[in-house]
Structures are given as structure tokens and as C-alpha cells.
Ligand binder design. Structure first.
Ligand code: ZN
Length: 155
């Protein structure tokens, strides 16, 4: 039963991002970085951002080790926030977090239709509270980095 559940959870998209993560690198010109630590699962990811003076995200990347879900989520997150303002990235995080925790169905609106549609592949984690931490880790780290904090933990 667990295997079936996991098979649903680890959908093709997640596996693809997990195996071939986008933006898996350490940019030499990053202006902000933070470590995301999820000790329950053993995920440790560092998220790098390059913000311009108007707080737009010019570059986003990450490095580290983690389960397929945490890596896939970091891969998707870095792809999506690049080119957005920090305020937009945070709003998207808020929506994604709600999607993962089941507070709403990700109510597709407000200009993030494409992003939320893609992030839906992650919404299966809502049945697995521990996995929600994996799925949101990179987003927490992105937020911490932007705040000038050096770490974010799920604990
Ligand atoms: Zn994990």
C-alpha cells in the first residue's frame, strides 16, 4: 500500500526533475544564499539568489542533497522564481504551501496559473505531512536567503 502511494507521489515529472535538476549549480555572483535543512528526511539544500537593486530575482540556483521530492521541488522553484520580483515569488510560495497542506485547492487565479498548474504534481504530498517538508524546503530556503538569513529549517 505504501508502495502504491509512493508511486502516485513520485510522478514522472517529479522523477524527471529529481534526476535532472534544473539550476543545480553555485552561481559565482549570488547575492544571497541560505541552507535549507530538513533533518527528518535528511534533505540539505543551499539556495542561491541574485537579487537586483529593485529586489527582482535575476538568478536562482541550488546545490545539495535530498530526496527526489526535495530536489524536484528545488528544481521547479528555481525555474519559476527566476525573473520574478521577490514579492511575486513569496506570493507563489504562499499559494504553493496552501496547495501542499490542503488549506485550499490552489485556487488557480491571480496570474500564477501556469506555475500553479505545474506545481500541482507536488500536491500529492498533502497526504504525507513529512513530505510536505520535503516539498517546501527549497521555498523556505529561498525566503530565508531573501531575508538575509543564512538558514531555514523545517524543525
Ligand atoms: Zn525529503
Amino acid at each position: 500500500m505504501i508502495d502504491d502511494d509512493l508511486r502516485d507521489l513520485y510522478q514522472e515529472v517529479i522523477l524527471d526533475h529529481g534526476k535532472n535538476p534544473r539550476n543545480f549549480r553555485r552561481p559565482a555572483d549570488a547575492s544571497h544564499e541560505a541552507l535549507g535543512n530538513n533533518p527528518l528526511c535528511g534533505d540539505r539544500l543551499t539556495v542561491y539568489l541574485r537579487l537586483d537593486e529593485d529586489r527582482n530575482i535575476r538568478d536562482a540556483a541550488f546545490e545539495g542533497k535530498g530526496c527526489a521530492i526535495s530536489i524536484a521541488s528545488a528544481s521547479m522553484m528555481t525555474d519559476m522564481v527566476k525573473g520574478k520580483s521577490l514579492a511575486e515569488a513569496r506570493e507563489l510560495f504562499e499559494r504553493f504551501h496552501k496547495m501542499c497542506t490542503g488549506d485550499d485547492d490552489g485556487g488557480i487565479a491571480d496570474g500564477f496559473e501556469d506555475e500553479l498548474e505545474k506545481l500541482k504534481v507536488m500536491s500529492g504530498v498533502r497526504q504525507f505531512p513529512m513530505r510536505v517538508k520535503c516539498a517546501t524546503l527549497a521555498w523556505h530556503a529561498m525566503n530565508a536567503a531573501a531575508e538575509g538569513e543564512d538558514a531555514a529549517t523545517t524543525e
